[in-house]
Ligand binder design. Sequence first.
Ligand SMILES: [Zn+2]
Length: 1023
Amino acid sequence: MIPRKLTLIVVCFTLLFCDVSLSQELNANFARDPGQPIDQQYSDHIHKYTTDPSFISPLVDYLPASKTVPTPAKVLGDVSGAPDMLPYAEDVYKYFRLLEASSPRVKVFTIGHSEEGREMIAAAIADEKLLADARENDARLAQLADPRKIGLDDAKARQIIDQSWPVYYITGTIHSPETGAPTALMELAYRLAVDDAPYIKYIRSHMIVLITPVVEVDGRDRMVDIYKWHKAHPGEVWPRLLYWGHYVAHDNNRDAMAMTLALTRNVLDTYLGWHAQVLHDLHESVPFLYDNTVGDGPYNAWVDPILADEWAELGWNNVAEMQSFGMPGVFTHGDFDTWSPGYLMFLASMHNGISRLYETFGNGGADTEKRILQPEDYSRTWYRQNPPLPVVNWSQRDNNNYEESALLSTISYFSHNTHHFLENYYGKSKRAVEKPSLEGPAAYVLPADPADANRQVELVKVLKRQHVEIEQLSEAVTSTAPAAKRGDKPKDESFPAGSIVIRMDQPYSRVADALLDRQFWAAGDPQKHPYDDTGWSFSHLFNLKVVRVVDPKILKSKMTPLDNPSTLAGNVSGSGGVLVVANTGQISLLPLVYSPKLKVATVQVAEKAFEADGKHFAAGSLLITNAADGDVTKVLHDLSLDASRLGASPSVPVHAVTAPRIAFMHTWLGTQTEGWWRYAFDSAGVPFDYINTQTVAKQADLRSKYDVIVFAPVGRASTLEILNGIPLWNNPMPWQKSELTPNLGAIDSTSDIRPGLGYDGLAHLKEFIEQGGLLITCEDTAQFAIDTGLAPGVSVAPQGDARIVGTVLNTVFVNREHPVAFGYGPGVPVISAGGMAFNVSSILGRTGGRMLMDPLTDPLDPYAKRATGRGTVDDSDEPPGRKIAEPEPLVKQQPWEPKPLDEEQMRNNPLVIPEQSRPDVILRFSDGKSLLLDGLLDKGGSIAEHAVVVNAHLGQGNVLLFGNNPVYRGETIGTYPLVFNAILNFQHLAHDSAPAGKQTPNNKAVPQQGSLPGGAAQGSISE
Ligand SMILES: [Zn+2]
């Protein structure tokens, strides 16, 4: 169907020149009601703050007056988008509540609270008749959302559609430095409630517009604080916003998969609670308006094709409307791929709605600024024929004009096509329910297995937050699972009673499918710049067995709803005074030792595997004695930990566990990536002191206070930045609570964020480790540990031309008896941001790395090592006239091993690292063939089989280095225990406490680990 105005545009192009009357005719669709008076002063200010006549449209170049309804100026003191002014969330809400109090067309709701307890709201705007009927309308929409309720009957659906109004949900300022949306949405709400322009009356009477003006409410208030500080300190440099939300910054828009943050949950609950059709999220970055509704490929492989067409329809229409207003720099195709389902807006796509996102141009505050654009931003391209201007004086009002004009015109289009979009909504929902018969699979099954139960609980919690229905088999079932490889035969899988079933014949099957399936991003994909992670399979990242079942027979099996995931684990069996909790890679073994209920109990870690009560317990299992009975049972239940009672302690070597004293050390450079670690520790219930690099710089004797210091990733920080901080050339930049900045400094504070760790801090950190502390590092902080000599013998492996972009990779434990590997199988899937891996060396200062020393078996170049001479490439040269001298036999080295040293290299060499101080490789990447699990992997040979988790030794202590990020976006439940194991066993990471089998004889040219007898690696080399 060609919309009305699109037809006019086509006519325009046909005539080549649109005459004036036609142009007026075009925009007459948005003409105001000449009978309605305008608020002259407000309208004058709109014009005054708009920096160029082309930056405004007829939709927003006036404000209608109302005798009863206050304009945003009532709260703001000036118009929306006025310079030098940003309202706090509280003021924005105050205005929405004034609207509600003065207009029957506005209703305001609390939709939840942030981590720091700040309120989130939504306002519903429509004619009073629609709002009065909202409950009944929602009951109708609920039937379209879940077509099972009407027996998938299209005729019934059509009747419902005829009676129903759609809901269009707009969300603002999830990204706190993107400051324009709240004021734009205040004014938009006023216009929708008050304006009598025919097109607005049509919107009001045909749909409900739902608005959440501030999504990241904690971050908004801090951003306003900073802006106020900036205005009070003219000419000074102002700090960048560090903490946006309580935990993360920009990544709050990457939480739509795991749904860890309150804002994500509140928005989804509102979106689904209203059965809305669109979720339209407002952002600011590129000039002047990128409606990335169309975006670029590859599109997410799990969305309904109907949605892809809706994106095209809405995106191109919106651009065309804006073009008709003569506003430059509006486009909808661009390099944002729509692959990852992690963005907030994508909650709609994964729940049968429509996701949309605007990027308008923002100045990071309300200053009016000269902005100089880059050629890629102002160049004319096929999809941006009227590009942004190369140099521009830009105001917050300009931004608000673009946001409001685009929103009003697109909502107007939507209001004229409500039937069409509701039909699509029903169609997508119906096809989601019909998934098993249309394309499959029929279901995903998590086989009942006590070893997986703890992590199954975590996955079920995520799916519940996504509003996915979960069931449990009441009987054992055998079903057909698809073959692992194309061409192979499908195989039968048996699932015991109690196995978890995620049926695909439910309305939100799409999101479960997208999370649990596997992803493949072709190395040759035309999209060369993936916008975010290319792989995310939760089946892998939660380290779970998840079976994709295609056989629809399983849907007929007896099953019951699983309402409470906590019933899956937390059971205590047997009798006796010794409680044993098997280590099966749960995320709650570490939290257990901090439980106040276990204060009087004795907790020990079994250093070896053992059998008891007919069960197998892996090394790392916990033995608990002297616990108060009722207390411990409750704690185990709360932590989803199964336990067995034994009559007596098993005869197995143990070490005692105390609750390690943990400090989180953050920098003042960035607090996001470490924020995901804080989230994980907080939500698991692991307490820590939150300190920063400046604290460490000042504080000697850290070891007396802490056992473990977690230095989680900063996020692409260099070692020099960590040491030096921000240059001291300018003014101090405080991050603390003050009258001007009441929202800063609650999480941590400093009078000046500029100084870094410094060399004193580094010395204190070194001393902490040498005195027996454990420092945990990851990605850029692992690089920091290497650069500053805290991790002797470890270097970062050169990556060559390998391409890895947020890819899930396969790994192999090199030493399964290492405490960090406790509870794991042969390997664990890890997410790798860019393929960081390590080399280890037994000589200080050498980068180590692969030295294929056997000239005859070097697969890379078998001819390179053989000198010219007699014989074949496989022979040795034999100079005539003397006896044959055989060279020293060379020991083959694996990529994760240090280069073996011979007597020649060891002789009088002060750089040789003593045996007990050489790094231990715990985990390595798999070989090239089995390395990729999910996402993009191109030319992975340079990192294949290289170390990815290494424990380095310094003095009495240890430095754990992660090349992967084991605690990431709430998605990597499967690798949390790598970190937790290390903390729980921090005193047992040195060589001499490790199992004897992995010791190497001194001064012998043998590899340290991996190929030694007894280790897992022998068998795993050929995995
Ligand atoms: Zn943004």
